[in-house]
Design a protein around this ligand. Sequence first.
Ligand code: 13P
Length: 255
Amino acid sequence: MNKALRKAVIAGNWKMNNTPDETKALITEMKPLVKDADCDVVLCVPFVDLYAALEATAGSNIKIGAENCHWAEKGAFTGEVSAKMLAAVGVPYVIIGHSERRQYFGETDVTVHNRVRAALDAGLTVILCVGETLDQRKQNITMEIIAMQTKIALAGVSAEELKRIIIAYEPVWAIGTGETATAEQADEVNGGIRALIASLYSQADADAFVVQYGGSMNAKNAAELLAKEHVDGGLIGGASLNAADFATIVAAASK
Ligand code: 13P
């Protein structure tokens, strides 16, 4: 009903795969393929690849994001990168709370919240990842988990700041497994997230709010997922490392 109010966002999450040279080469290949996109196109890359990515995308319609940021502005946090540092190099987007961070690096709902706060304060746009594990889905607590993750992450975020938040629903069991949520499952949870946003903010805020799906989205299944009312784009891992596949997904999201 309100899908027309939202511009889709297709974001690649390149994870820990490419060197700066490989980043440049892949972007050079992608640029002409996505230049006519009628959706926002974002590529999120490792910290050391940000400069190369920003340089390679200058003047194009591709925007660059980081894959994480720290919650403090500065200080004794060896190995970390602050949101302010990302903003200073000209990075507009950052992924926060990816399930791989939660699973392997001790990320909690509270640290996700702290990072979201720092990213907003630095002027960045956040791609906030939420999602249930297979056990949680089997226990029928998917929406409770998603609601808890979302509410904690967004605590204290104003309606104005909400405009710089995108939520990516990424069921943990669908990430990198080749197993995709059905379009109906994705639409149901994404719709639940939108209803939650309406209850926390307003219906108008919820209608304008972008909710992506992520988890084995690829060139073959993207069109069906993206056709759903509440699927406003995708956060794509594996398939975003292939220029042609990524371009097919971008085309599917372009109205
Ligand atoms: P895959 O597309 O490889 O399943 O990864 C999804 C993801 O984690 C995007 O953030």
